[in-house]
Design a binder for this molecule. Sequence first.
Ligand SMILES: C[S@@+](CC[C@H](N)C(=O)[O-])C[C@H]1O[C@@H](n2cnc3c(N)ncnc32)[C@H](O)[C@@H]1O
Length: 291
Amino acid sequence: MENIHTTVLRSEVVDALNLKENGTYIDATFGFGGHTKEIIEKGISNIKVIGIEVDKEIYDNAKNLFKSSKNVFIYNSNFIDVADIVVSCGLDKVDGIIFDLGTNLYQIKESGRGFSFLKNEKLDMRLDLDSDLTAEKIVNSYKREDLERVLKSVDERFYRPIAKKITEFRKKKRIVTTDELVEIVESVKYRKGKIHPATLTFMALRIEINQELENIKKALENSLKILNKKGRLVVITFHSGEDRIVKNFFREKSKEGILKIINKKVILPARQEQKENPPSRSAKMRVVEII
Ligand SMILES: C[S@@+](CC[C@H](N)C(=O)[O-])C[C@H]1O[C@@H](n2cnc3c(N)ncnc32)[C@H](O)[C@@H]1O
């Protein structure tokens, strides 16, 4: 598998972790292991990394990539199970956790699972290939009001006409490809500027299928159970729905005296990084420390 993903905020994430000798860190969205590699390359003695990756295809590749790294242990699991994974490693607590949310570029461009509106593929969009819910199932079986709810959750202003068109289209023919979905969206929404009209529809389906927003909340709650005092939690989000959850969670827990917010303002990739890696433009990083 070719690594076409460029790790976002690579050094900023690792600096934010405040690495220490003998520390154990979790890379909860392992992908191609860019952040883990940066941790290992710091050369701090006796550091361990536990990696978590939900996508079996990406996990198999990651195991292979890191097969000679004795201090990296990778699990094919959902990050909501972060606390159980730590226990199963025979550990109590860890010193830092990274969440670099969303999908990697391989999944979007090469996995053939219909994540992109730019390629005609089957409507799947699952990260966890063992789960039952696919994009095809949603567009062909969700009631119109449920489709509206899903689209509205990413602030798609055309949620009503798109949902209506989906239900009309499927009466004539089952919707099975990304091209069919793009055709439906484009029949009610025109391109404005650079952004493709189907961008939000595809994002909304991906979030619904993979329960991304619910999972973030659960994973953050579970992370607090396993972080040592002074342990750091570093989260990179890629859209406002994700960032809102993380920001509110951190504010709430800070008021409860559980953690302190390290960066009052979100950390964004430097201009140079944004230029070299355009997907990094929507990244926002937040860092907290357990007290
Ligand atoms: C933005 S990529 C991370 C890239 C990684 N930091 C790197 O440098 O290669 C997000 C990764 O997290 C994985 N992922 C998404 N949701 C997950 C979840 N709930 N549990 C575990 N892994 C998840 C995706 O499959 C994807 O590989």
